[in-house]
Design a protein around this ligand. Structure first.
Ligand SMILES: Nc1nc2c(ncn2[C@@H]2O[C@H](COP(=O)(O)OP(=O)(O)OP(=O)(O)O)[C@@H](O)[C@H]2O)c(=O)[nH]1
Ligand SMILES: [Mg+2]
Length: 339
C-alpha cells in the first residue's frame, strides 16, 4: 500500500547585493581612498523536516518560494545586509528530487533535518577590496551573484495514522470517502474492497492525517477465512483504529459479539494491535431500525468501557463528533511522541 503524496515547487534564493564604488570624501582630505562596501549575501531557501506535518497538501498552493535579496554595499565601507533565509517546513520522510532530471537530491529523514534547496548568491565585492599599492583608486566593484533557482519535486510515502476496521459491508469505504478526498469503490456486497485505500483527512486548522480503509475482516480471518489478515500489516503502524459496527442486517447481528470477535482476530494476528486506541462507532444510524437500538447499544458498550459513536457515513450524521475524538486522540499521541 504505497500512497504517494506529491508536490512540485519552485524555489528561488535571494540574489547577492552589488558591491559599491565609492571614495572617501572628508573635509581637508582631497583625495580619499576607495570605501565602497561589499553587497550582502542573498538568503537561502531551506527545506526543513518537521514531524508536526504529515502531508504535502499545504504546498499545492502557493508553490513558489523565494528568499530575500542581499542589499547593495554602500560608501564608508558599509557592507550590505544579508537577505533572510526562507525556511519551508515539510513532513519527515519527504524525498526531494530535481524536477527536470528526476535526480534524488535529498531524503529528509529526521525531525529538524535541513537541506539548502537553493543557495543565495554571494554579495559582490566593493571597490575597497580592489585597491592595491599600485591601483589606489579602483573604479571597479562586482555585481552580486544570482541566487539559485529550480523546480523541485517532493514525494512523500504516506503511512496511515488511522486504520479503519470492521466486518465486510459495514461501510468503511463509504466513511473514508466522506472524511477524505479518496474515492474507493463502494458496493452492497461483502469484500468490495480488495486492497487498502488511503485517504488524507484535512481538518481545518488541525494537523492532517492519513486514514487507511482495509478490506473487511471476518471471524476466522486469522486462519485464512475471507481475505485473511494479510492486510493487517497495514494497520500495524497506525496510531489508532476506528472500529466500525453495523446492525442493519437485522437482529442476527450482535454488535458487542462482533466487536469482540474482530478484536480476537486482531489479537491472533498480533497481540500488540489490541493496545492501540479504538474509537468504536455504530454506522448507518440513518436507518430507522439502527437508530431505534442505538441507545441500548450505547449502554452496552459503556459497560465494557467504550463510548459508542453513532454515525452515518452516508449522510454524515455524527461523523464530525467522532472525527473530533479521533483528532483529540491523535493529538495526545503526537504530543507524547514529541514530548
Ligand atoms: N444507509 C446507509 N448505508 C450505508 C452507510 N454506509 C455504507 N452504506 C452502504 O453499505 C454498503 C457497503 O458499503 P461499503 O462502504 O462498500 O462497505 P465496506 O465496509 O467498505 O465493505 P467491504 O469493502 O466489502 O468490506 C453500500 O451499499 C453502502 O452504500 C450508511 O451510513 N447508511
Ligand atoms: Mg470497502
Amino acid at each position: 500500500m504505497k500512497f504517494v503524496d506529491e508536490a512540485r515547487i519552485h524555489v528561488k534564493a535571494g540574489d547577492g547585493g552589488n558591491g559599491c564604488v565609492s571614495f572617501r570624501r572628508e573635509r581637508f582630505i582631497p583625495r580619499g581612498g576607495p570605501d565602497g562596501g561589499d553587497g550582502g549575501k542573498g538568503g537561502d531557501v531551506i527545506l526543513q523536516a518537521d514531524v508536526q506535518l504529515s502531508t504535502l497538501l499545504d504546498l499545492t498552493y502557493p508553490k513558489q518560494f523565494r528568499a530575500q535579496k542581499g542589499t547593495h554595499g554602500k560608501g564608508k565601507n558599509q557592507t550590505g545586509r544579508n537577505g533572510e533565509d526562507f525556511v519551508l517546513r515539510i513532513p519527515v520522510g519527504t524525498l526531494v528530487r530535481d524536477d527536470q532530471t528526476g535526480e534524488i537530491l535529498q531524503d529528509l529523514l529526521f525531525d529538524g533535518q535541513r537541506f539548502i534547496a537553493a543557495a543565495g548568491g554571494r554579495g559582490g565585492r566593493g571597490n575597497a577590496k580592489f585597491a592595491t599599492p599600485t591601483l589606489r583608486a579602483p573604479r571597479r566593484a562586482e555585481k552580486g551573484e544570482k541566487g539559485e533557482e529550480r523546480w523541485l519535486r517532493l514525494e512523500l510515502k504516506l503511512l496511515a495514522d488511522v486504520g479503519l476496521i470492521g466486518f465486510p459491508n459495514v461501510g468503511k469505504s463509504t466513511l473514508l470517502s466522506k472524511i477524505s478526498s479518496a474515492r474507493p469503490k463502494i458496493a452492497d456486497y461483502p469484500f468490495t474492497t480488495l486492497v487498502p485505500n488511503l485517504g488524507v483527512v484535512n481538518r481545518q486548522e488541525k494537523r492532517a492525517f492519513v486514514v487507511a480503509d482495509i478490506p473487511g475482516l471476518i471471524e476466522g480471518a486469522s486462519k485464512g477465512a475471507g481475505l485473511g489478515l494479510a492486510f493487517l500489516r497495514h494497520v500495524e503502524r497506525t496510531r489508532l483504529l476506528i472500529h466500525l459496527l453495523d446492525i442493519s442486517e437485522g437482529p442476527s447481528r450482535n454488535p458487542v459479539k462482533d466487536f469482540h470477535a474482530l478484536n480476537q482476530e486482531l489479537k491472533a494476528y498480533q497481540p500488540s494491535l489490541l493496545e492501540k486506541i479504538q474509537i468504536v462507532a455504530l454506522n448507518k444510524i440513518d436507518l430507522p431500525p439502527v437508530r431505534s437500538s442505538a441507545l441500548d447499544l450505547q449502554e452496552q458498550f459503556e459497560k465494557i468501557g467504550y463510548p459508542l459513536y453513532m454515525i452515518s457515513g452516508k449522510t454524515g450524521e455524527g461523523v464530525k463528533e467522532m472525527m473530533d475524538a479521533v483528532s483529540r486522540a491523535l493529538e495526545s499521541i503526537w504530543g507524547q511522541a514529541n514530548g
